[in-house]
Write a new protein. Structure first.
Length: 180
């Protein structure tokens, strides 16, 4: 078992973190502009493009996790703590997949094509449906709120490990460190 995550895993971890926070923030930036304003459309275009990038990075991240594995948890952790850690990571990954999938479906059910920074466009394969789009929007928003809460708890746990238990759990994911 590796004592720390590979540099590629660390880089993707932190880029995904920045994307999640940035995407959440973009939803509030969009509210600055009135409906129909080109600025609002541009913000949503950015949100969709960065959301697609997030999804691609999550796919790469899962592939790296399967190929390279992960460092083991500290031996001092109880079985219950180990289970909670595994469930929390699984929930984070599930949300990281669900949010962009729901965002894609939302875009399509609104009747819009997906554009990835203008490099390519994926037309909607479904007919616009306002009620379905509304339901998916609520799920997308719920998952976005849940991931912020769960990521916050994840960060608190990492800081707890670092400052209270004084183990290397946090160091394993920090750039420029190798854990123990």
């Amino acid at each position: 078992m590796n004592p720390a995550y590979a540099n590629s895993q660390k880089a993707i971890h932190w880029v995904v973190f920045l994307l999640v926070v940035g995407l959440y923030g973009l939803t509030y930036v969009a509210d600055i502009f009135p409906r129909g304003d080109p600025g609002r459309a541009f913000v949503w275009w950015l949100h969709i493009s960065f959301g697609l990038l997030l999804f691609a990075l999550v796919v790469v991240r899962v592939g790296l996790r399967l190929a390279l594995g992960t460092p083991g948890l500290p031996l001092e952790m109880s079985q219950l703590e180990r289970r909670v850690a595994k469930v929390a990571h699984l929930a984070l990954y599930a949300l990281l997949v669900a949010i962009p999938v729901l965002g894609t479906l939302l875009t399509w059910y609104r009747g819009d094509a997906l554009s990835f920074f203008g490099l390519f466009t994926i037309p909607t394969p479904v007919s616009a449906n306002r009620s379905t789009a509304g339901f998916i929007r609520e799920l997308h928003s719920l998952c976005a709120n849940l991931i912020l809460i769960l990521a916050g708890l994840h960060a608190v746990a990492a800081l707890w490990h670092h400052y209270v238990w004084k183990d290397d759990v946090l160091k394993r994911m920090l750039p420029g460190t190798s854990g123990s």
